[in-house]
Design a protein around this ligand. Sequence first.
Ligand code: UDP
Ligand code: MG
Length: 319
Amino acid sequence: MTTPILYIVVPCYNEEEVLPETSKRLLEKLTSLIGRGRVRDESRILFVNDGSRDRTWEMISELAGSDVHFGGVKLSRNRGHQNALLAGLMTAKGNCDCCISMDADLQDDIEAVEGMLDRYMEGCDVVYGVRSSRETDTAFKRGTAQGYYKLMKAMGVDLVYNHADYRLLSDRALESLSGYREVNLFLRGIIPLVGYQSAEVTYERAERFAGESKYPLKKMLALAFDGITSFSVKPIRWVTLLGAVILCLSMLAALTGVITALVGRSVINWTLTSVWMMGGVQLLSLGIIGEYVGKIYTEVKDRPRFIIETVKLDTGRTE
Ligand code: UDP
Ligand code: MG
């Protein structure tokens, strides 16, 4: 296989505190890769500004002006991590042989890039970065994440355990990914569906070295919920099942009511209880069905998932 062009795609939302250090470390890494002949000189580090409200875009523009290896994509507004990442990946598509996505805070060890490239050179189209431990996470984040993977598995969704959005994709995989048109984007669930030969590379996850998490609990829950309802219809089936069970139980309760009344003994008001239960089940079912109807609504509108305002990228390619 010939020496590849590598694109490193980094979504950034209000990351002015980490960008100077991140760009320095990434450029060092890329320069060393180029120097050792592992990747071609046309390789780039592509920052995607996800509608930041701080100086992030100014800094990205400066970087792009200072070194040809930096590139920037500016989204017209904040569209969230997954969409920002996709915008970067789609900009890389066609310009690179493979691309690696990672977070701006460098919590994912950039040394794993070497292993990913090795696997790519061996013929893998997808290489997942997998954390070896979660010691640096808070107990809460660790617990919820672990529970989530288990839940997704129960729902029949194929996820790579302890893998976030640190991964290598070949240009061919990017091309295939572009065929997935969904608006409710959960890349972790889509990539395994794209297929091709894949491998895993493990690394230690560090703590965020500056700034604070751009993933508050609310965003985390939204992503988790999207992951479930975009990939599995099992919740609907569970609700149906629950409805059936509750219906049987309340019928039994009604029967008990009738019999005890005939025998002439005082009864607990099972009938009322069952009405309340049914009410609860119906509300729950409606809510879940509504969730899917809402998804259909956003999907049929087929709105663009991101709008790129500016691209600052010198691909260095002539053709
Ligand atoms: N991010 C983004 N748009 C958002 C929120 C986050 O592009 O609306 C980026 C952020 O800049 C970072 C990555 O997504 O590069 C992961 O965010 P963060 O490190 O805050 O998440 P955590 O590691 O705490 O899960
Ligand atoms: Mg982080």
